[in-house]
Design a protein around this ligand. Structure first.
Ligand code: DGY
Length: 323
């Protein structure tokens, strides 16, 4: 039996590319850059693949999906987030959509913890000072941050990543509060305090870590009004999706001193970054590194291939179907 055709919109880790090539006739993206929606459509129309392996940030919107050839049966994304895929458009075309949950929870929580520590202890500013050759020596009042011990960490979105972060933060002596659609069972909450309103949640915490999905429902969730409800001197960290933050409001709160610091791994419209972040002194910026470990990216690729295998090799529903 001939191997099913698989269009790959990105260059994936070597072990993932090798497994894909073992089981599929692959149409790789050797350029290692994201394809535009038009390029995806053109490649798909030319090759007529049975499946598409795409990634976060790809333009799998209604326009792209609407022009895919009839041959496409599944879009498997190398990501847990699916805000780059128009699920309704895929459903209308009868194309299954699947993602890669769980395998990136620890890696993403590590980046959230890294940002919390770096923001609290002013690691970004300190590094920039050294690299600018501007360090004049140790001083009793130089670059004073805040310690995390006994501070309240507020986790917005207590899913798998939020729960991994809670475990790590407990090791730093932080108290955990969370805001979620519903409270977790006690065994999962591990003593974390649930809030049933944004108001009580925001007023109670010292550090806000955001783990909510992108999309219209969460667009600019962290706006000027909610920032004002945070304590003066609070820290904000986002490893979820950039669209959930009002960049102008966040920068204004950093400039005014209402917020002590922020740490961001994701940006609205990335790789474009809101201009104010380039000059704000108390913000640490990472280029969407959440899942960027060798182990995690391999595991994501294998999970994405598991989804494709189910549909294209065995005629079964994908194990991690989202649409
Ligand atoms: C995801 O999986 O959604 C991440 O943002 C990419 O690491």
């Amino acid at each position: 039996m001939s191997k099913p055709l698989l269009l790959m919109t990105r260059h994936f880790p070597p072990a993932v590319e090798a497994r894909a090539a073992r089981d599929y006739a692959t149409i790789p993206n050797a350029a290692d850059t994201a394809m535009t929606g038009a390029e995806i459509v053109s490649a798909a129309r030319q090759a007529e693949p049975a499946g598409i392996l795409c990634a976060a940030g790809d333009a799998m919107n209604a326009e792209t999906i609407g022009q895919l050839p009839e041959s496409v049966r599944i879009i498997s994304t190398f990501s847990v987030g699916t805000d780059h895929i128009d699920l309704a458009a895929a459903a209308a075309r009868g194309i299954a959509v699947a993602n890669t949950p769980d395998v990136l929870s620890v890696a993403t929580a590590e980046i959230a913890m890294l940002l919390i520590l770096t923001a609290a202890r002013r690691g970004g500013e300190a590094e920039r000072m050294l690299r600018a050759r501007a360090w004049t020596g140790w001083a009793p009042t130089q670059l004073l941050g805040v310690t995390l011990e006994r501070k309240v960490l507020g986790i917005l979105g207590m899913g798998r990543i939020g729960q991994e972060l809670a475990k790590m933060a407990r090791g730093f002596g932080m108290e955990i509060h969370y805001r979620n659609r519903r409270p977790l069972p006690d065994a999962e909450a591990q003593g974390a305090v649930y809030h049933d309103s944004d108001e009580s949640f925001l007023a109670a915490i010292d550090v806000l870590s955001m783990h909510i999905p992108g999309g219209e429902a969460t667009r600019r969730w962290l706006n000027a009004a909610r920032i004002a409800q945070l304590k003066r001197g609070a820290i904000v960290v986002n490893t979820g999706r950039g669209s959930t933050v009002d960049d102008e409001a966040l920068c204004a709160a950093l400039e005014s001193g209402h917020l002590r610091a922020a740490g961001l791994d994701v940006f609205d419209g990335e790789p474009r970054i809101y201009e104010g972040y380039y000059t704000a002194p108390n913000v640490v910026l990472l280029p969407h590194l959440g899942s960027a470990t060798v182990e995690t990216r391999d595991a994501m690729g294998f999970r994405a291939l598991d989804n494709l295998d189910a549909v294209l090799l065995r005629g079964e529903p994908p194990p991690h179907r989202v649409g």
